[in-house]
Design a protein around this ligand. Structure first.
Ligand SMILES: [Zn+2]
Ligand SMILES: [Zn+2]
Length: 397
């Protein structure tokens, strides 16, 4: 029997801003098609180089849209399926302030887009994203820090914006910026948290992967303050934890239990610690969900089993970082307790590794979970959509 015509679902996003069809045309409305001889923003002078860049950008977009067309054809994804990217960084996606943002594969291939243009690239089944704003300092010298970026772009999240129905946000201070926590930071966080589209506090937490244990006190101070605020303000707590050792996991859990009541919603994002720890977390907190990113789509490079994700100073956790560990986590945790996220621009899922991840890639994470849990993609979308709504209490304006 022939499958129903799929392009229909691309053309009718339920309750969302109009989205360009991802059908036969490789170029969505709202995105500038780069003509040969047109340079795009900040991409050098006219001539051959520009024509090459334009061609490369178009080829890149065609690959992206071919992937969305492939997704739409999956028999185990119902036409009415909806999903979310539960964690990304719009500032770094759009300003390219992440460490891969200046590399040729990004600079030469990806067209620069505005926020409305980015949203226009998303498949209509994607109900939107929760964008995290967690850096008071610049992500890259000379660029607008995340906190300032959200202040400048808040109108996109608000009534009257054609893309507001796809956007929610969190506010907090990342452990990499924990030294920036003070009374002024608390006031900023409180002010943003009062916004109707602010659905969470964080990401905040402890990162021993890229930091020395001597920074623990600074990170703990910022984390404790934000966890208390999340409870006081009734917002989901978004946790970034790279605990590295079992001892740290036990200490972190003890800390969390002291700070956050058992029924509070929590998102432990981009999980990379032990299965034992994941189970302890979900057993204690019924509204806690564990997020996985595009990193779960990566294969371990040959000859380096288990050494795959991250470039930290501390080697103790390497054996937990490879694909086998990700597979074990996902196969041993209940689907109902998982969230899908990109953490874009980082960890772009295969086959786009090294490019700028954004919410339009998050289905690749769901597909890997479906494969490893041996369930339909529709089941993964339904469960993770439900979890995103429950944890973040999403409401549309
Ligand atoms: Zn993080
Ligand atoms: Zn993040």
């Amino acid at each position: 029997m022939e499958k129903p015509e799929k392009p229909k679902r691309w053309a009718s996003a339920k309750g969302a801003a109009p989205i360009a069809p991802a059908g036969p045309s490789p170029m969505p409305a709202g995105l500038r098609e780069l003509e040969p001889g047109s340079t795009g923003r900040g991409r050098g002078s006219l001539g051959l180089a520009a024509a090459y860049a334009a061609g490369a950008a178009n080829a890149f977009l065609q690959r992206y849209h071919a992937d969305l067309a492939r997704l739409a054809e999956r028999a185990d994804l119902p036409a009415e399926a909806r999903w979310f990217d539960s964690h990304c960084h719009l500032e770094s996606i759009l300003q390219r302030t992440w460490r891969g943002g200046g590399k040729p594969q990004v600079a030469n291939n990806e067209p620069e887009v505005t926020l409305p243009e980015l949203v226009a690239l998303w498949p209509p089944g994607l109900d939107g994203c929760v964008a995290n704003f967690v850096f008071r300092k610049e992500s890259k010298p000379g660029f607008t820090p995340e906190w300032e970026w959200i202040a400048r772009h808040l109108s996109h999240f608000e009534e009257g914006s054609p893309i507001s129905s796809k956007l929610w946000f969190t506010i907090g201070l990342h452990p990499h910026n924990a030294a920036g926590w003070d009374a002024a930071a608390e006031k900023t966080v409180r002010d943003f948290a009062a916004h109707p589209k602010c659905v969470g506090l964080g990401e905040c937490g402890l990162d021993f992967f890229k930091h020395d244990p001597s920074e623990e006190e600074v990170q703990l101070t910022a984390f404790r303050a934000q966890a208390k605020l999340a409870v006081e303000l009734g917002k989901a707590l978004v946790v970034h934890a790279r605990l590295v050792t079992r001892e740290n996991e036990i200490r972190f859990l003890r800390e969390l239990k002291q700070l956050v009541p058992q029924n509070h919603p929590i998102h432990i994002h981009c999980f990379g610690d032990s299965l034992e720890h994941a189970k302890e977390l979900i057993d204690h907190y019924p509204r806690l969900r564990i997020g996985f990113t595009g990193a779960i789509t990566f294969s371990d490079p040959p000859g380096s089993k288990g050494r795959q994700k991250g470039r930290g100073k501390h080697k103790g956790n390497e054996l937990k970082k490879g694909q086998e560990h990700c597979r074990e986590l996902i196969q041993c945790l209940p689907l109902e307790r998982l969230l899908i996220e990109t953490d874009g621009p980082y960890m772009c899922p295969e086959p786009f590794r090294g490019q700028t991840a954004h919410p339009g890639h998050v289905h690749r994470v769901a597909e890997r979970i479906a494969e490893w849990q041996n369930v339909s993609l529709g089941a993964v979308m339904a469960a993770t959509w439900q979890s995103t709504v429950e944890v973040y209490g999403l409401t549309r304006l």
